[in-house]
Ligand binder design. Structure first.
Ligand code: PEP
Ligand code: MN
Length: 325
């Protein structure tokens, strides 16, 4: 139960009735259970949240693709990737400057230097930037460079981080904890909203199960369930779900078909040399092919091709920036 910022009993009772009408449509056992998620739950009265970053709208009619390397390694690596993914139709560049690594001996990220590289890539391509923030101590510096703050799977319940992100004035991409239920995910989203930041994008990135064939298990049903019970945009990260690049475009198709609002995909110019998550990173060419491959699935939803509609804004921004030397 979300109790930190307890609602007045009067509004709680009202909301309980509202949420019963929505969450219970999906699962009758959820009667009233989502009442404490009033800031993120879908109710007949509330509108869908559309998260806006410049001219990009996430959660509206567009399908928004975020792509880039797992980790920022060098300026050349990031600029090369940024130009290529932008030409393929991505709108947002991803790249970790602060990396949550399970081993203390793995690459931990370039920190502020990495943020500056991402910022340079934004200047050159017009892409918006998403990057992870791991600690409340880094929120200010990350917010200075990032357009969207990513909360990783390991941080979904880092409540001091979430509390600090409540006032960072940047949208949040909240990844589902690898052992979190959808209710847990929505509780963390509510926490962010309650702390002042309702601009939250939910991200399904696969969960831990007994299956070992894939790195995580892509919970396909999470997407329609979250879309039904929550008002927040939902995107899918097929890279961390799959763990191997051959499956990434196939899971991406599934994400489109089940109604996701976008994708977060790892792409690297030389995946075999990547310092992290190389096995699941697409090459630049594979990413381009994936974007074209998604066309028929997007058309089923009445969405135009990613390459044509979105490359034009890239070309404009790229021309304005004078290209990359
Ligand atoms: C990432 O996006 O590179 C990452 C670390 O993701 P997750 O938090 O889902 O493991
Ligand atoms: Mn990664």
């Amino acid at each position: 139960m979300f109790i930190r910022h307890r609602l007045h009993s009067h509004s709680l009772a009202t909301l309980q009735v509202r949420s019963e009408t929505v969450a219970a449509d999906v699962n009758s056992r959820w009667n009233g259970q989502y009442s404490c998620f009033n800031l993120v739950a879908r109710t007949p009265e509330c509108e869908q949240t559309v998260v806006r970053v410049g001219d990009i709208a996430i959660g509206g009619d567009d399908f928004v693709v975020m792509a880039g390397p797992c980790a920022v390694e060098s300026e050349q690596q990031v600029l090369k990737t940024a130009v290529s993914v932008a030409q393929a139709g991505a709108r947002i560049l991803r790249g970790g400057a602060y990396k949550p690594r399970s081993s203390p001996y793995s690459f931990q990220g370039l920190g502020v230097e990495g943020l500056k590289i991402l910022s340079k890539a934004r200047e050159h391509t017009g892409l918006a930037i998403i990057t992870e923030v791991m600690s409340e101590l880094d929120v200010d510096v990350v917010a200075e460079y990032a357009d969207i703050m990513q909360v990783g799977t390991r941080s979904m319940e880092n409540f001091s981080l979430l509390e600090r992100l409540g006032t960072c004035r940047r949208p949040i991409l909240l990844k589902r904890g690898m052992t979190a239920t959808l209710e847990d995910l929505l509780r963390s989203a509510q926490f962010l909203a309650e702390c002042g930041n309702p601009d939250v994008i939910l991200c399904e990135r696969g969960i831990r199960t007994f299956e070992t064939a894939t790195r995580n298990t892509f919970d396909v049903a999470a997407v329609p369930v979250l879309k039904m019970v929550s008002r927040l945009p939902v995107i899918v990260d097929p890279s961390h779900a799959a763990g191997v690049r051959v499956l990434v475009p196939i899971l991406a198709r599934a994400a489109v078909v089940v109604g996701a609002d976008g994708l977060l995909v790892e792409v690297h110019p030389q995946p075999e040399k990547a310092v992290s998550d190389g096995e699941q990173s697409l090459t630049l060419e594979q990413f381009d092919a994936m974007m074209t491959d998604l066309d028929p699935y997007l058309r089923l939803r009445g969405i135009e091709t990613l390459n044509d509609t979105q490359t034009s804004s890239f070309n404009k921004a790229f021309a304005l920036a004078g290209g990359v030397s």
